[in-house]
Design a protein around this ligand. Structure first.
Ligand code: SIN
Length: 314
């Protein structure tokens, strides 16, 4: 009989980890999210002895992740975490927007137990898929004594959900945490921690009360050579609530975009900046510069601004 708090709940949302291709050697032309949560666990013999509950919440290619699915996932995770017999929860997900879902959950979910996201770069039908090992590591992490917070088990490492970023489009070693580095290494099923588990950093926005379709609309605009402010003006005219400017370097913004950002601010649109660099984010402030969220990537900053706007709306 399983002892208390040994059940791991697995929620599948799709992604390459659940993807299958018509041809076994096809590593890019596959249907993401083809397999159910039960099929994913059945492919990992080492999970047969585990007390697992499985639920297929979605079968998305994560490039199509949306706010409604986030809200549903968050609600489901809240009720799973509240059950005393559940040691932790695993969420299988696509890699493409993993950093966004991880950020959203990190900022909106109380996670005194581990919520472990995992994914894969190769589909389940590949000759040597990476998903089964990632899934096994994730399940073990979900019942690791003392672990807590939103975590990501991927490629033999554990990442903090609030620090993740995708670096590569197709190689196996696709993730990083920028300057923060991995939280732990997986050494033959044992977690060697480099730092403490993530501390809770919940945003006060009333996320659970947002009616479907009423999330603030926040768009990302990139600063680049030859940028004009026209896209910003068009978004403001279209009723956008907030803008993230993915700036160059340490969040610098082309003069034409800065001028357009000033017009947007005058029209009541919230504007922040981030860096389009893969690491480092934005540090420091200068007079008159747009605000920023430090190390957050543009995609993470978009969620953060959405949460700020929700809190202000409240
Ligand atoms: C996806 O993000 O759903 C597809 C790509 C992947 O999981 O690697």
């Amino acid at each position: 009989m399983q002892s208390e708090s040994r059940v791991v709940a697995l929620v599948a949302t799709g992604g390459t980890i659940a993807g299958t291709a018509a041809r076994g050697d096809d590593l890019v032309g596959y249907d993401a999210g083809a397999l159910s949560a039960e099929q994913l666990t059945a492919a990992v013999p080492a999970l047969a002895a585990e007390a697992l509950e499985t639920w297929t919440l979605a079968r998305l290619d994560s490039c199509d992740m949306d706010h409604a699915t986030w809200a549903l996932l968050r609600r489901e995770l809240q009720s799973l975490l509240a059950r005393p017999e559940v040691a932790g929860v695993v969420v299988t997900h696509g890699t493409d927007t993993l950093e966004e879902t991880a950020w959203f959950l990190h900022r909106t979910l109380a996670a005194p137990k581990p919520v472990v996201l995992t994914a894969a770069m190769r589909p389940a039908s590949a000759p040597s898929p990476d998903g089964p090992q990632n899934l096994l590591d994730a399940v073990r992490l979900a019942r690791e004594p003392g672990a807590r917070g939103v975590l990501v088990a991927f490629g033999g490492k554990v990442w903090a959900g609030g620090e993740l970023r995708k670096l590569h489009g197709w190689q196996l070693d696709a993730f990083s945490a920028g300057d923060a580095g991995a939280l732990a290494l997986v050494e033959d099923g044992v977690f060697r921690r480099m730092r403490d588990w993530p501390a809770p950093e919940r945003h006060p926005a009333p996320v659970g009360e947002v009616p479907p379709g009423e999330w603030p609309r926040v768009e990302i605009v990139t600063s680049h050579a030859g940028a004009s402010g026209r896209i910003v003006d068009a978004l403001v005219a279209d009723g956008v609530d907030g803008l993230v400017i993915a700036g160059t370097g340490n969040g610098t913004v082309h003069t034409a975009l800065r001028e357009a950002a000033a017009r947007a601010l005058a029209a009541g649109v919230a504007v922040v900046r981030a860096s389009r660099c893969l690491a480092g984010g934005v540090v420091g402030t200068t007079d008159g510069a747009l605000p920023h969220y430090g190390a957050a990537t543009p995609a993470q900053a978009r969620i953060e601004l959405m949460l700020d706007l929700l809190a202000r709306r409240d």
